[in-house]
Design a binder for this molecule. Sequence first.
Ligand code: FMN
Length: 201
Amino acid sequence: MSQDLGTTKHGTTDVPVEELFLKRWSPRAFAERSVENEDLRKIFSAGQWAFSSYNEQPWRFVVGRKGDSVWTKIFDSLTPPNQSWAKSAPVLYASFARKTYSHSNSPNRAAAHDVGAASAQIVLQATALGLYAHGMGGFDPEKLRSELNVPDDFEVGFCWALGYRGDPETLNEQQKQMELQPRHRKPLSAWVFGEWETPAF
Ligand SMILES: Cc1cc2nc3c(=O)[nH]c(=O)nc-3n(C[C@H](O)[C@H](O)[C@H](O)COP(=O)(O)O)c2cc1C
């Protein structure tokens, strides 16, 4: 590989935080190497322990491995730009959110929030195992819903590519550039407030 991306992509903070948060990033180049079943179980087991409103656990994930029909259904729903790099990912999975509480059938305003929390735990456990995940909003949700027979009571969430990092040289020029550039974040002062729009720290 042309460059040590572990350094280029590594997050930075003014004060020390757990390494896992800084190590995670979203690659587009994935290696051919497949993901062990046991590792997939570990990854989703981390999601199992996310918090959720009323402990509803509104998340559902549908997981496909390259070569199986679920992988193909998720892949077919992706936009062409996402397909052009996600084609090398050994695992594609999609998230869904139950829109109502099971105890009352009333709308669960926290559903998407809680699926996001589980998704983050899943991705961070993958990071701990040396794997990388890349979220995708560029797909056709209704096509995916229909292909995967998702009931109406579930919101279609997002698609994810998962695997080991690959060689950026396999990407097209624009993707390669994104793969090699450093990551950026807003400073805390822009989003952690004491009074509204007044930095907390
Ligand atoms: C819900 C969601 C949707 C995203 N959609 C896409 C997408 O369709 N295509 C893509 O290449 N990246 C997509 N991304 C990746 C983001 O662009 C990426 O997470 C962001 O630029 C921050 O980079 P980092 O994850 O490397 O820190 C998505 C990420 C999330 C969480």
